[in-house]
Design a protein around this ligand. Structure first.
Ligand code: NDP
Length: 247
């Protein structure tokens, strides 16, 4: 499935799931803008891997929660590349803790990055998509947003919020041929899940029907389907990629 000539922006594309998505979209022929917020070397590494495989990619550093920076970045991309055809809102953070002890700043940081960031980037990207009457937006949610998770009221609220954002945007933008969907990963092998420690990891695996964590490539494959021609008639949906953890 070719994305030749398409311009894709992947927030948090420097590592983990975002990197796998960048690699996949570039392999399909898209010019990929790899976003990061603090680890420029990781973003450079992603670009190097893409180029070594014969693809094209550029780095674009900005904080998705910073409205001015987001607007500036998307303007620069459109000036430089001509359009934004695909946006993957993948940037995300965790600040886990039981609600009784959760600091207000932990709530704000997670909501700002994981939910407001997606709103700001989608709003900025949709200008170019509306003009071209074509576009694909994918919001990376989480199983936590559907099933809830003790210790993650902030994260689960943000990820559930992304589903409302996805469905409402899908309705608003359908007439412009812009589809908006979500992918909800279960537990995927990344730095985010490494933080859990091996005991918690084993406990979680015992609750997953397929009994293993997913790979970043599993999420990239779901995104690839939704942005491809095969996914053209799918909008407002969530693709659950979680080993059967939530059905
Ligand atoms: P990682 O922690 O491995 O990577 C996070 C990425 O987000 C990095 O590229 C980071 O950039 C970027 N980022 C963080 N904050 C910002 C910000 N304010 N502005 C721009 N970029 C930012 O995460 P994962 O790969 O594990 O997760 C990716 C997405 O998938 C997240 O939305 C996460 O919630 C979701 N998810 C992950 C699951 C998992 O099991 N791993 C399960 C369910 C959902 P930098 O490198 O500069 O720090």
């Amino acid at each position: 499935m070719s994305l030749e000539g398409k311009i894709a922006v992947v927030t948090g594309g420097s590592r983990g799931i975002g990197r796998a998505v960048c690699l996949r979209l570039a392999a399909m022929g898209a010019l990929v803008y790899v976003n990061y917020v603090s680890r420029s070397t990781a973003a450079e590494e992603t670009v190097k891997i893409i180029e070594a495989a014969g693809g094209t990619a550029k780095i674009v550093g900005f904080d998705v929660a910073d409205s001015t920076a987001v607007q500036q970045a998307f303007k620069t991309i459109v000036d430089e590349a001509g359009s934004v055809d695909i946006l993957v809102n993948n940037a995300g953070i965790t600040r886990d803790g039981l609600m009784a002890r959760m600091k207000e700043s932990d709530w704000d940081d997670v909501l700002d990055t994981n939910l407001k960031g997606a709103f700001l980037c989608a709003k900025a990207a949709s200008r170019s998509m509306m003009k071209n009457k074509s576009g694909r937006i994918i919001n990376i949610s989480s199983v936590s947003g559907f099933a809830g998770n003790a210790g993650q009221v902030n994260y689960a609220a943000a990820k559930a919020g992304l589903i409302g954002l996805t469905k409402s945007m899908a309705r608003e933008y359908a007439s412009r041929n812009i589809t908006v969907n979500s992918v909800a990963p279960g537990y995927i092998e990344t730095e985010m899940t490494e933080l859990l420690g091996s005991e918690t990891q084993d406990q979680i695996k015992s609750e997953i029907p397929l009994a293993v964590f997913g790979r970043c490539e599993d999420i990239a494959g779901a995104v690839a389907y939704l942005v491809s021609e095969d996914g053209a008639y799918v909008t407002g949906q969530t693709l659950h990629v979680n080993g059967g953890m939530y059905m």
